[in-house]
Design a protein around this ligand. Sequence first.
Ligand code: PLP
Length: 406
Amino acid sequence: MAFPIDKIRKEFPVLHQMVYNRPLVYFDNAATTQKPQAVIDAIINYYSRDNCNIHRGVHFLSQRATEEFENTRKAVSSFINAPSSHEIIFTKGTTESINLVASSFGKRFISKGDEVIISGLEHHSNFVPWQILCNEKEATLKFIPVTPEGELDMDSFRKLVSKKTRIIAITHVSNVLGTILPVEEVIRYAHQFNIPVLVDGAQAVSHMAVDVQKLDCDFYCFSGHKMYAPMGIGVLYGKEKLLEEMPPYQLGGEMIKEVFFDHTTYNDLPYKFEAGTPNVEGVYGLKAAMNFIRETGIDNIYAWEEELLRYATWKLGDIEGVRLIGTARKKTSLISFLIGNIHPYDAGVIIDKMGIAVRTGHHCAMPLIELLKVPGTIRASFALYNTFEEIDRLAEAVIQVKQMFA
Ligand code: PLP
């Protein structure tokens, strides 16, 4: 079946506008994706029909919103094939999900002399929380090296694992290079030594099917806004046994069972980790986004985006002076590059003036940029609504940048 690109594009109102007198080309999807009308409608529906606080209300609106909220939790659980919906915790996004684990797991399981392993490919969100935790606990943070192609050095990884390793936290897909990491292999190896693994799925969930039971990961984190849902809503999946053993992350309403003057008892999962009023409209939007992905078919999305990646790699790679950064064997639809010695920022400004939104800089992964010995990169990241014609426009823009600096 041909991918229904025209129909899909019609569902994203933001795409149909002129920028600097040219039709907008949006290639900054790794930063955030645009929203389909169904997601926008879900938020409007929440505020124009159901707005109220959930869980504690006895009235009709509160019950209706609570039902939708909890149904979405079940939908998330089936979206990533979690064993149970009480292992799904709503957060603000990937950053909060990882901070929750680093803080709570760290309190319970990390002590002086222990080791934590991450990779050299991590976004600051899966880097800084572990760095600070290790500093505070006098533990050691170790890094899995990255090959020049942008892959994980698996031999070095195996040598890093020791009796002192308490947790491994790695990204599923690199937001700088698009590399799909061999997370299954990492998890299988770690589990031989009973070491839990957290996977940062921020750049994976909108591109490929994720099955947390098949991966057998202990934690999986992602953000709604990178998968066509609103900002400010995200998910932490955690295995029940670990979540039960971990202390609450934030304290206040909702996460308690009973409060006395001298002590407090905690609520059951997942509420133990959901202190305060949640982002209810975000949850409504997330449900609509998951429906949108399901109806389009994640395998169809993967196949379309793979074609886009192949075309862009050929088209940009063919321009003299363009250097592709990150040539891993398995990649999602993201391409990082440099044009000769032109600074990525200067190139980005000119590309923008041609109506094309790309991202330039360190992409919140400064240690990786240091490893790669580049000043940053220009990043074009594709989503399901992007087209081959748009990639042609990017290639033309790159040639113009070259000519301007010649
Ligand atoms: N992890 C990766 C791999 C990312 O690409 C990002 C965002 O770019 C994050 C984590 C942080 O996501 P958020 O800002 O939605 O919390």
